[in-house]
Ligand binder design. Sequence first.
Ligand SMILES: Nc1ncnc2c1ncn2[C@@H]1O[C@H](COP(=O)(O)OP(=O)(O)OP(=O)(O)O)[C@@H](O)[C@H]1O
Ligand SMILES: [Zn+2]
Length: 457
Amino acid sequence: MTTIKLHNSKTRKKEVFTPIDPDNVQMYVCGPTVYDRAHLGNARPVVVFDVLFRLLRHVYGDKKVTYARNFTDVDDKINTRAAESGRAIGEITSETIQWFLEDMGALGALQPTHMPRATEYIPQMIAMIEELIARDHAYEAEGHVLFAVDSWREGYGQLSGRSVDDMIAGARVEVAPYKKNPMDFVLWKPSDADQPGWESPWGRGRPGWHIECSAMSHDLLGESFDIHCGGNDLMFPHHENEIAQSCCANPEGEFARYWLHNEMLQVEGKKMSKSLGNFFTVRDLLDQGIPGEVVRFVFLQTHYRKPMDWTEKKAAEAEATLRKWRALTAGIEPAATAAAAVVDALSDDLNTAGAIAEMHKLAAAGDGAGLLAAGQLVGLLGDEMGEWAAAPSVDLSAHEARLFKARQAAMETKDFSEVDRLKAAYTEAGLEVRMSKTGVELVPGAGFDAAKLEALS
Ligand SMILES: Nc1ncnc2c1ncn2[C@@H]1O[C@H](COP(=O)(O)OP(=O)(O)OP(=O)(O)O)[C@@H](O)[C@H]1O
Ligand SMILES: [Zn+2]
């Protein structure tokens, strides 16, 4: 069997992956808080860990991998959005979940086995909090229940490699008079009448964010499971707190054995994020005519543990490559199995760029069947994603000649309206118009849409 190696953030080493049960390999990915369209950064973990899911299915069998990814549908950011917009919380979360599934589907992400919504697991969260109180790891104070980090000094901070004292010095923690230690974090908090709330032993209230993932992963995957994934921005405090809750509530279990963290998608050196406002959504790109498959290809070209930028140049190159590959694989059946070199690259801590390099070799050798089989493994070249490429790539020389002639005529008549009209139409179709004394060049950008040229009469 193929040996998969994964970089485990818990040990900070690349390790051979050995599942607890090869007949049921389990992974959990922290999903989105649902109040807005996913931005391109949010899509990175989805695509990266979709490749992991596909690789595990390839190695262990399609039916032998269980993948859970949650929706956080109770959160103060959602409450704020509802209050601002005057809309019901349930309406906002349902709509956002639908958008998320559509947008990630367009990027070729398979649906996880389980997609739990936090609000459907409140009884499990309450039960876990009760367990933590019973084991002296949590305490009630002024309608809140807090996790006591001093009750687990030996474990708290191991993932992120910080001591509790360092954390207090470095973190912006919410100071509250009822906290025994400033690092203690909320498991349950009281709700006002106009906030969402559930009856609990501590009064009507709602869960903290971290307990949601601990309760859902426990319910769906058990007290020990194989792989836990998420962005590295979640390592502290979210994952540190998940570990504390899960290990203290279920000390017989190991919780997650391998931790994978993706690096951030950046904009000019800074994390793309909603709070910084430096973001664009996946839907924005799709609406500009950039195929989801192109977005996916661009992601796969950077290793998941390296920061990356989105650039139009990368998108244009990805599109050109995919066009060639699609032409080579049209009407061909995939090979029975993906080339060993492709599987080996992915098995080396998800070296997707290496897998793409192997796919270039297959293409250069004219091996369309091999290319398709490799494509299935990384989620490229599937029929369901290929509509964009079905449009014939147009011969632009006729358009270039037309614009050139129009300009020559305009030089004589001094009426440039036709030139302007053509230029606007070409730009609108996603072409860059380069005019010089000797000629005209039309260069397709990432959002080039040939269909728009047909309308040009
Ligand atoms: N720029 C990014 N690059 C890669 N992954 C990201 C990026 N931003 C968020 N993520 C990941 O997306 C998932 C959902 O994150 P979340 O809902 O907190 O969005 P967010 O944009 O980080 O919000 P905020 O900007 O308010 O911090 C998490 O797994 C997180 O790690
Ligand atoms: Zn989580």
